[in-house]
Design a binder for this molecule. Structure first.
Ligand code: NAP
Length: 245
C-alpha cells in the first residue's frame, strides 16, 4: 500500500523539497499551512510532476484550539495516514530576546503548537502500531547562544519532546525521527550575515525522506553538523559565555 503523508508547514522551502521527494516515491500527500493560495500552487505542481494525490488545508500552529478538528478532517479526507512531517518554524528577530510578547510567538510557533498537534498525531498512530513522525528541530536547540536563544530554547524543547515521544511510541512500533538541520538556504535565513556551510533545501528534503530507510533516531543534516555541535556542546561554560555567538 502506498504512503500517505501529512506535511505541516508545507509552504516552507525544506517542506516543499520533502514533499517532492515523497511524491517521487508515489506517496499521497496532505499539505497544510496558513497560506492557502501558495498551498494550492504547490499541490498543483506536485500533482502535475508526479501524478500523485495531493490534498491541502489550512493549519495554524498557534491556533492550538483548532488542532483536534484539523487532524480529524485530515484523517477523514485521506482515510488513513502513514506518517507526519512537522516542518513549520518561526525564527523571529532580535526583539524576541528583549520583548516577551515577541518571544512568546517564537515559543508558540516552534514548540507549543508543535506539542499540541503532535499529541493528536501520536494518539492516532499509537493504537495502529504503525506510522512515523518526522519533526524538524534545529542545531540551534543544542546550545543557547546570545544571537537566537529564544528560538534555540523552543527548538531545544521540541527536540526533548520528540525524544520523549520516541520513547513512548517505541513499544507501538511507531518511529519518531528528529531532524536537526544546520544552515539551509531558505526564506528563514535570507540575508543573514556570516552563514557558513549552507545546504540547499532540495538536498535536505531528499535526505529527510531517506532517513525512513535507515534506523537513525536523531539526524543532523548535512551529517557534519553532528560533529560541529559535538564540539560546540563540549566547550566549557566559563569559556562559552565569553564568546560572541
Ligand atoms: N533554514 C534553516 O537554516 C533552518 C535550520 C534549522 C532548522 N530549520 C527548521 O526547518 C523548518 C523549515 O524551515 P525553512 O527554512 O524551510 O522555513 P521557511 O521557508 O521560512 O518556512 C517556514 C514555514 O513555517 C510555516 N509557519 C510559520 N509559522 C507557522 C504557524 N504559526 N502555523 C503554521 N505554519 C507556520 C510557514 O508557513 P505559512 O507562512 O505558509 O503558514 C512556512 O512554511 C523550520 O522548522 C525551521 O525552524 C531551518
Amino acid at each position: 500500500m502506498s504512503e500517505t503523508v501529512l506535511i505541516l508547514g508545507a509552504t516552507s522551502a525544506i517542506a516543499r523539497a520533502t514533499a517532492a521527494a515523497f511524491a517521487a516515491r508515489g506517496a499521497a500527500l496532505y499539505l497544510a499551512s496558513r497560506d492557502m493560495d501558495e498551498l494550492e500552487r504547490i499541490a498543483a505542481d506536485l500533482k502535475l510532476r508526479y501524478n500523485v494525490e495531493v490534498h491541502h488545508g489550512l493549519f495554524d500552529a498557534e491556533a492550538t484550539e483548532t488542532h483536534e478538528a484539523f487532524f480529524q478532517a485530515v484523517i477523514e479526507e485521506m482515510r488513513r495516514l502513514s506518517g507526519v512531517v512537522l516542518a513549520f518554524g518561526y525564527l523571529g528577530d532580535q526583539q524576541a530576546a528583549r520583548d516577551f510578547n515577541a518571544g512568546a510567538k517564537v515559543i508558540a510557533s516552534n514548540f507549543t503548537g508543535a506539542a499540541s498537534i503532535l499529541s493528536h498525531c501520536a494518539n492516532y498512530f499509537e493504537p495502529l502500531k504503525n506510522g512515523f513522525i518526522i519533526g524538524i528541530s534545529s542545531v540551534a536547540g543544542d546550545r543557547g547562544r546570545q544571537s537566537n536563544y529564544v528560538y534555540g530554547a523552543a527548538k531545544g524543547a521540541l527536540s526533548l519532546y520528540l525524544q520523549g515521544l520516541r520513547n513512548r511510541l517505541f513499544a507501538s512500533g511507531v518511529r519518531v525521527i528528529t531532524i536537526k538541520p544546520g544552515f539551509v538556504d531558505t526564506a528563514m535565513t535570507y540575508g543573514m550575515p556570516k552563514l557558513f556551510l549552507v545546504a540547499s533545501p532540495q538536498a535536505i528534503g531528499e535526505r529527510i525522506v531517506r532517513t525512513l530507510d535507515k534506523s537513525a533516531d536523531v539526524v543532523y543534516l548535512p551529517w557534519f553538523w553532528r560533529y560541529i555541535m559535538l564540539i560546540i556542546q563540549h566547550i566549557p561554560e566559563p569559556l562559552f559565555k565569553r564568546l560572541k555567538l
